[in-house]
Design a protein around this ligand. Structure first.
Ligand code: FAD
Length: 433
């Protein structure tokens, strides 16, 4: 099944809340005939656009091929949370990689948040940025760890923007007693993901990137001079960067066994009015919680609740997408029972076994970055900067990230899906216990 077209109309954006409040860009043409470039980038999400933008600014001739529209993938549909750290906590990274590498990974994660802020400022991208993410803890037995982790970041990583919250404080912030406590991180933030990705596309275009839409890459020939082939054209280039994330599938077999697509769902309520929206989230922070299939939510600029969560085991989106995220939403906010859901959409992201992204060299001049495991708004943006400097000859940060290479999924490309379904069913069952 080709995920690029399995759940969406060809050449169209999903009917998300984000797409409803943003004017889309005029269409870029499809690729026709043969063109030459220094670098061919495949996929116009944060990874591909940031790569193309940084390389064009460094004087490279860049072609960007997108199967659908720019920002069609996870980058145009996600929860908009720009989290602190890598997807794994520092404790886990220290145990896996040792103190020195764990600190290097922390530094890179901090650089990823700074990268987003810099891109917004430099390219004048207005995407409703707000500071702050609250992490809500559902289980008393895990609260100690969350608070101890905040203290560890304060003391050992000199990161004092995160503070513990007790039950009373989190209830005052979030208007629910679903959480027994948590943390508040004012160094993290959130944004409108679709405005952000379209802003990156405009910046890339201005910097001279040649963007082609409805130009799915269907084949490729690697070599000193690489050939990247679409239905009606081909790009001859010195370098190729694969940035297709969850949609890559059979075009990149070397990545497929380590990176796996998974779907996730979001709803947007009808406008609640300012007071009612503030009663849910007092200070306009975003929220993520400790559920295995994470609940994540925020307010919109027009006072809706945007709530993400809910898994599905299959490549096709379920018929009733709204129910997928509405049900977990009502567990946190039962008072929204009679509130209308105006928008419900799904998206495809990519996960790895160790939850670290997969930065992979597929040849001397071919790179791939994917598998951000739900933590890609900042990291995919920085991945573009990292790949651009790697192509220019400085691979230090690429090598730090590549050193966390995710293991292959048990069962490889063929059996990873049924095995994951079993594992996910177990973990979500545990959530319910
Ligand atoms: C519902 C949802 C909620 C999420 N919430 C968050 C969040 O709150 N915070 C966070 O940090 N992360 C979140 N994520 C993850 C985050 O969105 C991704 O990690 C990030 O957008 C990845 O960017 P990308 O550019 O690598 O991939 P994508 O944005 O998916 O872009 C890949 C692009 O490649 C194109 N493509 C693929 N194959 C081909 C081909 N053969 N030829 C041409 N083009 C091709 C696709 O059409 C697509 O446009 C979420 C994801 C989803 C789906």
């Amino acid at each position: 099944m080709d995920l690029l077209f399995a759940n969406d109309e060809r050449g169209e954006y999903p009917a998300s809340y984000w797409a409803s409040v943003v004017e889309t860009l005029p269409e870029f043409p499809p690729l026709k005939g043969e063109i030459k470039a220094d670098v061919c980038v495949i996929g116009a999400g944060y990874t591909g656009l940031s790569t193309a933008l940084h390389l064009a600014e460094a004087g490279y001739d860049v072609v960007l091929l997108e199967a659908q529209r720019v920002g069609f993938g996870a980058s145009g549909r996600n929860g908009g949370q720009v989290g602190t750290g890598q997807r794994l906590e520092q404790d886990a990274l220290e145990a896996m990689a040792g103190q020195g590498p764990a600190r290097a990974l922390w530094d890179i994660a901090e650089q990823s948040k700074a990268c987003v802020r810099r891109l917004l400022t430099k390219h004048n991208i207005d995407c409703d940025w707000r500071d702050g993410i609250i992490h809500g803890e559902l289980r008393q037995r895990n609260l100690y760890h969350g608070h101890a982790y905040a203290q560890k970041l304060n003391k050992e990583y000199a990161y004092d923007l995160i503070q513990p919250l007790d039950a009373e404080q989190i209830c005052a912030e979030l208007g629910t007693n679903a959480y027994c406590g948590g943390t508040k991180d004012m160094g993290a933030g959130h944004l409108n993901p679709f405005k952000y990705v379209l802003g990156l596309a405009q910046a890339a275009q201005k910097a001279g990137v040649q963007i082609f839409e409805t130009s799915k890459v269907v084949d490729h020939l690697d070599g000193k001079i690489a050939k990247t082939i679409t239905a009606k054209g081909q790009v001859i280039s010195d370098f190729v960067v694969w940035a297709g994330n969850g949609y890559i599938s059979k075009y990149q077999l070397a990545v497929e066994s380590r990176v796996m697509p998974i779907n996730n769902f979001i709803v947007a309520t009808e406008p609640l009015g300012e007071a009612a929206a503030k009663a849910l989230i007092k200070n306009d922070v975003a929220v993520a919680d400790s559920k295995f299939v994470v609940n994540y939510f925020k307010r919109s600029a027009d006072h809706r609740l945007i709530f993400g969560g809910g898994e599905s085991y299959g490549y096709k989106f379920p018929k009733d997408i709204a129910a997928k995220a509405r049900n977990p939403m009502l567990k946190i906010y039962p008072q929204l029972n009679n509130v209308k859901i105006d928008f419900a959409w799904g998206g495809t992201l990519a996960i790895t076994v160790n939850r670290m992204p997969n930065f992979q060299r597929l040849g001397a001049n071919v790179y791939s970055m994917s598998g951000y495991s739900g933590h890609g708004v900042a990291m995919a943006s920085l991945a573009g900067e990292i790949i651009a400097e790697t192509i220019q000859g400085t691979a230090e940060r690429f090598d730090v990230m590549a050193s966390m290479k995710p293991p292959r999924f048990p069962g490889g490309a063929l059996l990873r899906w049924p095995i994951l379904v079993l594992a996910m069913t177990w973990f979500s069952l545990r959530d319910r216990l």
